[in-house]
Ligand binder design. Structure first.
Ligand code: PLP
Ligand code: COI
Length: 371
């Protein structure tokens, strides 16, 4: 049966490794690294661990990347009992490979799994599993000298793999890790993104699963994202489900509002995803002399603040998008202009990517060495 999230422990997986006989050629890898896009090219290997109530987590293995064969009755295909994570591996100038706060991703997956009635994979085992795949596919981590901020995006995920149509927590669960070289999440690199405010759809309600990283939240965001695209916007903004008044987050990013007196506001936790970038920016902004308030932030405060100039910058943040300036906000029948500046946004962005890519001292102890 699913258990409560664990306290930190030492890794306990016994991972076997079978490397591919047909690794991607150096030439092909160079082509992919030159233009990785996001989430389109996958590495040579994958990691898998199985869970059953009797055996617990077992049969951990790194194997050549390959399609899965699933029974059509596999529970995740019907009831969406699954959780996932998103993180990156970075190459530093000396050739070493690092991940950013991986134990936080592991801890968040523990919480997500608990919410989805999935078994908890202890965070230490999660980190061990990610390390094993990144080590096997080390050559897929883009070089430090390559232009831009390329990295290897790592996607751990867990799903109900039991073939059974009864509605109850699955008795066979599979955890996997795959990875994909990543460039900029938004086409055109770092530029202010235009947002669509959906007034019809919400992402999460009280007691729901908004704080969990689970596929259903993303499935429910897609129709709103379609609406955004139809209105020429890059991303959709969700408001709270109860009053339709408070800003929550984007489909895949948290939001920050910079004020003319130096204060920064970000919506408080509850029904939003607890972003690891969000949490890190609270600490980084403090170091840059900016106080961050976590509190309910109304859509009127956004609209009025941008119009009056009291809000000088808005930015979005997340693993995939890093830190991205927000431009115009549009809704049915109106719009608010892009804030005047992106200066602090770009300074915070630079401070973060410099730590991640090993160009600045890791004073917070965030980086974890893999290779
Ligand atoms: N909010 C949502 C809905 C997300 O999908 C993500 C991305 O993971 C984030 C926020 C940012 O989280 P993190 O900074 O941990 O990547
Ligand atoms: C991430 O930033 O890692 C995300 O998961 C956002 C999106 C790609 C789903």
């Amino acid at each position: 049966m699913p258990t409560m999230p664990s306290t930190p422990s030492t890794p306990s997986l016994h991972i076997s490794t079978t490397l591919t006989d047909t690794p991607t050629s150096d030439e092909r890898l160079a082509e992919i690294h030159a233009d990785p896009g996001f989430g389109t090219h996958f590495t040579d290997h994958m990691l898998t661990v199985e869970w059953t109530p009797d055996a617990g987590w077992h049969d951990a293995r790194v194997t050549p990347y390959a399609p899965l064969t699933l029974d059509p009755a596999t529970a995740v295909l019907h009831y969406a009992q699954e959780t996932f994570e998103g993180m990156k591996a970075y190459r530093h100038a000396d050739g070493s490979v690092w991940t950013f706060r991986p134990e936080e991703n592991g801890a968040r997956m523990e919480r997500s799994s608990h919410r989805l009635a999935l078994p908890v994979l202890p965070a230490a085992d999660f980190v061990q599993a990610v390390d094993a795949l990144v080590t096997a596919d080390e050559r897929w981590v883009p070089g430090a000298s390559e232009a831009g901020e390329k990295s290897l995006y790592v996607r751990p995920f867990m799903f109900a793999s039991e073939a059974f149509l009864g509605v109850r927590p699955a008795q066979h669960v599979t955890f996997m890790v795959i990875a994909s070289p990543a460039g900029s999440y938004f086409k055109g690199g770092v530029r202010p993104v235009t947002l669509w405010l959906t007034e019809e759809y919400t992402r999460a309600g009280r007691g729901g699963m908004g704080a969990a990283k689970t596929g259903g939240n993303y499935a429910s965001s897609l129709v709103a994202q379609q609406e955004a695209t139809a209105h020429g916007c890059d991303q959709v903004v969700f408001l709270d489900a109860q009053e339709g008044r408070y800003v929550e987050e984007l489909g895949g990013m948290n939001l920050y509002f910079v004020h003319d007196d130096g204060r920064i506001v970000t919506p408080g936790l509850g029904t939003i995803l607890e972003g690891i970038t969000r949490a890190s920016i609270i600490e980084l902004a403090g170091k840059l002399g900016h106080q961050v308030e976590e509190r309910p932030f109304s859509i009127d405060e956004w609209r009025d603040g941008v119009r009056s100039g009291r809000i000088t910058e808005v930015f979005a943040c997340g693993t995939a998008a890093v830190v991205t300036p927000v431009g115009e906000l549009r809704w049915d029948g109106g719009s608010a202009p892009a804030p005047a500046s992106t200066d602090l946004t770009m300074r915070i962005r630079q401070a973060l990517v410099d730590v991640q890519h090993g160009r600045a001292d890791d004073t917070f102890g965030w980086m974890h060495r893999v290779v």
